[in-house]
Design a protein around this ligand. Structure first.
Ligand code: ATR
Length: 272
């Protein structure tokens, strides 16, 4: 029951109406009998939104597009991992002191490790945005051999230099040998569901293929990869595992990961 002791959490982003963060966290709060609620706020000015969190005593927030980098300068402290990634996706308010964290990289790592090891594997990450930065960081910290591929050369080269990895233009994917392929671009996302970031003929059946896009859940990339016999990892895995990190930071309780996954799949209209 919501009452005056209810701990309030937010998700801050713009646009925000599609966010599955509230439904995921609310089901988890209620499952562990935690008196908390998560609400979505369309935040245009992240600095003002964070001031609001402080003054209203909101306990924490998920930070999403487009604020993951810009939010950092409004925080009282940023943990090591988030500092190294250069972005936050979670904040917590401890007696008026706002600290920032990033669970995107552990989320991605847990999603991959659910299916395969990372150490010494060749991992190709498509994209060079905020998500690629977090995923790439996670792969390097697990001992994977990372290659960044991106449409825009400058951006890709910059990320590769920051992470100490190799870089290839996206169109040169055929020259890259990888055990694990991770798409962090928006290619294949609603409404461009026919998009595929690399050509089918450059995939092979030994690859593990992961897409962080979860809308649709079965992207064209995953569909093609699955038909070729590749092991696939859908975008809900990373979303749920990063959410589990947020939940555990906020509540101090173990996250009910299976329930969170079921809730998100149901909200996406998928039965299992
Ligand atoms: P996020 O924070 O989710 O990573 P972002 O910072 O906007 O979002 O990054 C989006 C990534 O998807 C970028 O790497 C972008 O490539 P560019 O650097 O060339 O812009 C990539 N991307 C988006 N649309 C693409 C497309 N149609 N083809 C190839 N890459 C695309």
């Amino acid at each position: 029951m919501i009452n005056s002791n209810t701990a309030i959490y937010a998700v801050l982003g713009d646009p925000i109406s599609h966010s599955l963060s509230p439904v995921m966290h609310n089901s988890a709060f209620s499952h562990v009998n935690y008196n908390g609620v998560s609400l979505a706020f369309r935040a245009k000015e992240i600095g003002k939104a964070i001031s609001g969190i402080k003054s209203l005593g909101i306990k924490g927030a998920a930070i999403t597009i487009p604020h993951k980098v810009s939010a950092m300068k409004f925080l009282d402290e940023v943990d090591d991992t988030a500092e190294k990634i250069g972005a936050v996706n979670t904040i917590i308010n401890r007696q008026g002191k706002i600290s920032g964290y990033n669970f995107d990289s552990v989320g991605a790592v847990r999603a991959v490790k659910d299916k395969t090891g990372i150490k010494n594997k060749s991992v190709a990450v498509l994209g060079a945005g905020g998500a690629a930065r977090a995923v790439g960081y996670g792969i390097i910290s697990e001992g994977g051999r990372l290659t960044i591929l991106n449409r825009t050369k400058d951006k890709g080269e910059k990320l590769a230099a920051d992470l100490g990895s190799e870089f290839y233009p996206l169109e040169d994917f055929k020259r890259v040998k990888c055990d694990i392929l991770i798409n962090t671009t928006s290619v294949g996302m609603e409404p461009n569901v026919d998009g595929i970031p690399v050509e089918k003929r450059h995939l092979n059946k030994g690859m593990i293929v992961m897409d962080i896009v979860y809308n649709p859940l079965r992207t064209r990339l995953l569909e093609v990869a699955e038909n070729m016999g590749c092991t696939t990892i859908d975008g809900v895995s990373m979303f749920v595992f990063q959410g589990a990190g947020q939940f555990e930071l906020w509540t101090g309780k173990k996250a009910p990961v299976d329930l969170m996954r079921k809730t998100v799949l149901k909200a996406l209209g998928c039965s299992s």
